[in-house]
Design a protein around this ligand. Structure first.
Ligand code: AQP
Length: 327
């Protein structure tokens, strides 16, 4: 079975983009793969966070992943900071990446424009992400489209390292879902739905109640020409609604467009489909959240299983680069 690794930041409320672009697939494919998924709490530190909120969100995201269908008995689910080999390998990756290639990362350029304080961690974060992936001999990284460039960097770093020090890392490839890879904000449909965009009316949270989902989709920005057609450039708002409905119903957006002549019924069906798709997750989350120790227990077991892979891999890396043995 192919080894699969992917992570999610505990930086805010999980939204429909995270669910359709990543998490839903992680759950659907966990039994076909050797699956490892990680709550990347160290990535969250690139921007200053309230400590209590970061702790709470780490637990919440963990339980949401389980509520979405991940089975911590069958796969590995852990928090990045619980496995110190991630930061150790990140340093080696920072020394493998060039300043130029990190400067070309689109996400850094965008985030550094918005941030009042641009931390060095925000700049080097793709090196930590490469470490996350390479530490587990990952073959496939299932992510949304926004992560494509970072995974390509991880491939380059693996190849460069292997070229310098001999075969050490598996060179991973990203797998992007055919539909739902880039869910856009409902109010600003040229920007991706994101935890950090701070667009409450444009973001559907996986824990939103049905009324909120219906309201947000009903008020989603579209256009005034009234023609239902899938056209990302000319009609980004409508294309986004078609993509959402298509992703939830496992169809192609173009095929969904052919069923409608008006925006109203399309919006109503998209809202109903999203409400139904999220209902099981919301019910399961309510059960899990009733146990205050649930997330801790899951993450503790997950970290033990992750370290069993990460520790020997890091020893191999240390040896390859010429660091002397600790023992
Ligand atoms: N809009 C999206 N559509 C499809 N997939 C998405 N992902 C994120 N947004 C979308 C995928 O979800 C996984 C977790 O990503 P993340 O934790 O980086 O989520 P985020 O909402 O993107 O978080 P932030 O804090 O707002 O960060 P940035 O600034 O990165 O957007 C990934 O597989 C991602 O592809």
């Amino acid at each position: 079975m192919a080894r699969v690794f992917s992570g999610i930041q505990p930086t805010g409320d999980l939204h429909l983009g995270n669910y359709l672009g990543a998490v839903r697939r992680w759950a659907a494919e966990q039994h076909e793969h050797d699956a490892i998924h990680c709550v990347v709490d160290l990535h969250a530190l690139t921007i200053p966070r309230d400590p209590a909120e970061l702790r709470a969100k780490t637990n919440e995201v963990t339980l949401l992943l389980v509520a979405a269908g991940l089975d911590p008995q069958a796969m590995i689910l852990f928090a990045q900071s619980h496995v110190p080999e991630h930061t150790e390998l990140a340093w080696v990756m920072e020394c493998t990446a060039s300043h130029g290639e990190l400067s070309r990362m689109v996400q850094f350029k965008e985030k550094s424009k918005q941030a009042a304080h641009v931390s060095a961690g925000l700049f080097t974060y793709p090196a930590l992400q490469a470490a996350d992936v390479l530490l587990y001999d990952t073959e496939e990284v299932p992510v949304g489209d926004d992560q494509r460039q970072h995974i390509e960097l991880a491939r380059d770093l693996a190849e460069r390292f292997n070229g310098r020090y001999g075969p050490t890392f598996v060179v991973p490839k990203h797998t992007i879902p055919p539909v739902g890879a880039r869910i856009m904000d409902l109010q600003e449909p040229t920007k991706k739905m994101s935890k950090s965009l701070d667009s409450p009316q444009g973001t559907i949270l996986v824990l939103d109640d049905p009324k909120a989902i219906e309201r947000k989709i009903k008020r989603a920005v579209t256009d005034s020409d009234g023609e239902v057609r899938y056209d990302i450039t000319e009609k980004p708002g409508l294309a986004n609604l078609l993509s959402i409905l298509a992703a939830v119903t496992d169809e192609q957006p173009e095929a969904v467009a052919e069923k409608y002549t008006q925006y109203g019924p399309l919006k109503a069906d998209a809202a109903a489909a999203v409400v139904e798709a999220l209902r099981p997750l919301q019910e399961r989350y309510a059960e899990l959240a009733a146990d205050p120790g649930a997330a801790d227990a899951i993450l503790r077991t997950g970290a033990e299983k992750a370290r069993a892979i990460a520790t020997p891999k890091m020893a191999q890396v240390r040896d390859a680069v010429g660091l002397t043995s600790r023992h």
